[in-house]
Design a binder for this molecule. Sequence first.
Ligand code: FAD
Length: 250
Amino acid sequence: MTEAPRHDVLVVGGGVAGLTAGIFTARANLDTLVVNHGESILNRNSHLENVPGFPAGINSRLFLDMTRAQAARNGCVFTDEQVLAVERDDAGFVVNTDEGILKTTYVIVASWPDSTYLDGLDVELDKRGSKQYVGVDEKGRTDEEGLYAAGRIAAKYHQTVVSAGHGAEVALTLIHDSDVPFYNDWVAPEGYFTERGREVPPGCEEISEDERERRERQSLELMQSYFEEPHPDEPTMHPSVVAKRRETDE
Ligand SMILES: Cc1cc2nc3c(=O)[nH]c(=O)nc-3n(C[C@H](O)[C@H](O)[C@H](O)COP(=O)(O)OP(=O)(O)OC[C@H]3O[C@@H](n4cnc5c(N)ncnc54)[C@H](O)[C@@H]3O)c2cc1C
C-alpha cells in the first residue's frame, strides 16, 4: 500500500475560519488540505448584513460558495471527510478520518462545534455546557506545537467576520512559525518596492498596470456571474425546530 503523502497544513473544517486560514497558508506556498464534513453553521443564517464589502448584505450561502472558490483558486485542496482523531508522529501529525489516514506537518482546527478528536493531545479543552472550546494563546497556538485553532472553536465571538479574521491571523502565525520566507501577503503596483532599490519581499507581489487591469476585468466578470441570480438554497433551520414542526405535522 502507498503511504499517505504529508501535507504542509491540514485545516479541519471548511467554514468561515478554515477557508480564510487556507487562503492565507496556500497563498504562502504551503500545501494546504481542507478537510470538511458537514455544513458551516453560517448556512443557518438568513441574510448576512455585517460583513464588510456588501452594502446591502449578502446571501450567506453565496458568501460561503465564493469563499470556497477563492480558497480553491489560491491552491487549497478539499476533501469531504470527518476527522475522528489526531495523533502525533515524528514529522507532525497523523489524522484519522472516516475515510482513512492523512499526514500533515501542521494542523489548524476550525471545526466548530467538534473538537473531540483532540482528546489524546496536549490541548486545553474547555467544556461549557454542550460545547467544548480549544484553548489558544493570543496568536492562535495551542499547547501542542504545530497545532493551532481558529474561529468559534477557539471561543472567538460568534460572528462571521471575527472568525474570518481569526482564521487569517492564525494562518499568519503558522506561516511565521514555519520555514517559509514571508513578509506580508500584499499585491503592490510595479515599482513600489523595486524603484526604491528594494527586493520584492517574500509573500508580496508587484504587478504591472496591464496585469492589474487584466485581474480587475476577470474579477468583474466572475463577480457578475455570482450575482446574476438568487442563490438556490434556503437557510438550514435549527434541528430542534425541524423536529417540532415534523411532530406538529404528524
Ligand atoms: C442562525 C445563525 C445566524 C447567524 N447569523 C450571523 C450573521 O448575521 N452575522 C454574523 O457575523 N454571523 C452570524 N452567525 C455566526 C456565524 O455563522 C459563525 O460565527 C461562523 O460561521 C463561525 O465560523 P467557523 O469557521 O468558526 O465555524 P463554521 O463556519 O461552522 O465552520 C466549521 C466547519 O467545520 C466542519 N466540521 C465540524 N467538525 C468536523 C470534523 N470532525 N471533521 C471535518 N469537518 C468538521 C463543519 O461541518 C463546518 O463546515 C450566525 C449563526 C447562526 C447559527
